[in-house]
Write a protein that binds this ligand. Structure first.
Ligand code: AMP
Length: 324
């Protein structure tokens, strides 16, 4: 994940919840893609990357990502991974990278020409490949939108293996359900940049405030009007936070037994109940001043040791002078 600071409900149900569950089945590697963040956060904006890393990792830990079972590392703290990226970039055709649909989209979003964007933005998938293969990962748990990137990683690996001999397994997509969570505006994907998000670490009052702004059935003008839960974003959220009360809420809404204000109060309580234990843990972790630093320092040591072994093998395959 790119270090985006405190995570929101979309990040949780789209990714983090699954990260926690996968630990029971696999040895997992979770990375903070802070070098990737430099493709957009340049100059003064880059100063936000380190504090955002800390906030995000606090959310990971509070959600149950367990550093005793999984490897947590920050990209920039594992320079061996960046070296692997450089070596992979030598055997990756530029045309493959320029054809990636998300590259073209990013260039458009930035209002730039392909000639003007940074070299690092073009190479984004190569760095992502280094992140995946330094530990010889077999599975990459992503949403379906990320599948083309993993496909490109497979091609980068295949080419390397063809040139220098079998070194890396071809990583495979392990599709997550990644439900797309809609924002409080009821129209767009939940996203920090649209300010339509609810952060996991918000206080109960902030959560209630955010839920109060949620868009409901636009045709329900008065409290006495019956609502249409099937078009209501608040109702959709009850599936996550009040699954046992959906029928009751449906009935009360369609008979005007409750109004939207009441409905939102029920949802806010549901969100607050759901994240109460998470928030308590997070507060404890926030006040343990060295926890994140120590977790990431230990993770960096482990990631570097693994990547160093991989690099030794890669140097040997290519025929570079051995690392002393
Ligand atoms: P981002 O910082 O946007 O790259 O998000 C980090 C992770 O959260 C990615 O795996 C995204 O797919 C996931 N994610 C972000 N926003 C949403 C959303 N609104 N619904 C579901 N998943 C999301």
């Amino acid at each position: 994940m790119r270090p985006s600071g405190r995570l929101h409900l979309g990040n949780y149900f789209g990714a983090l919840q699954n990260w926690v569950a996968l630990q029971d089945e696999f040895e997992c590697v979770y990375g903070v893609a802070d070098v990737h963040a430099l493709t957009t956060e340049v100059g003064e904006a880059a100063r936000s990357i380190a504090p955002n890393t800390r906030e995000m990792v606090l959310d990971w830990l509070a959600a149950g990502v367990d550093p005793d079972r999984s490897l947590l590392y920050v990209q920039s703290q594992a320079p061996e991974v960046l070296t692997l990226h450089t070596l992979l970039s030598m055997s990756t055709p530029l045309g493959w990278l320029m054809r990636v649909p998300t590259f073209k989209e990013r260039v458009r979003q930035m209002n730039e020409t392909e000639e003007n964007v940074s070299y690092g933005l073009v190479g984004y998938p190569v760095l992502q490949t280094a992140d995946i293969i330094f530990a010889k990962a077999e599975w990459v748990p992503v949403g379906v939108d990320q599948a083309p990137h993993v496909e490109l990683s497979r091609e980068i690996v295949r080419r390397f293996n063809n040139l220098y001999g079998d070194t890396f397994p071809e990583p495979q997509v392990r599709l997550t359900e990644s439900p797309s969570i809609t924002g409080t505006d009821g129209a767009n994907k939940m996203s920090k940049s649209l300010d339509n998000h609810i952060e996991l670490a918000m206080s109960e009052e902030e959560t209630r405030e955010r839920v109060r702004t949620m868009v409901t059935d636009p045709q329900r003008a008065r409290r006495a009007d019956p609502g249409r839960p099937w078009v209501c974003n608040v109702y959709a959220f009850h599936a996550l936070f009040n699954p046992g009360r959906r029928e009751e809420i449906y009935r009360l809404c369609t008979t005007a037994g409750i109004g939207c204000v009441d409905d939102k109060a029920i949802l806010a309580d549901g969100v607050n109940d759901y994240f109460r234990a998470f928030r308590e843990r997070r507060r404890e972790f926030e006040t343990a001043p060295r926890l994140v630093d120590e977790t990431l320092a230990a993770g960096a040591d482990r990631a570097r040791a693994i990547a160093r072994e991989t690099l030794r093998e890669v140097y040997d395959r290519i025929g570079l002078a051995p690392i002393p």
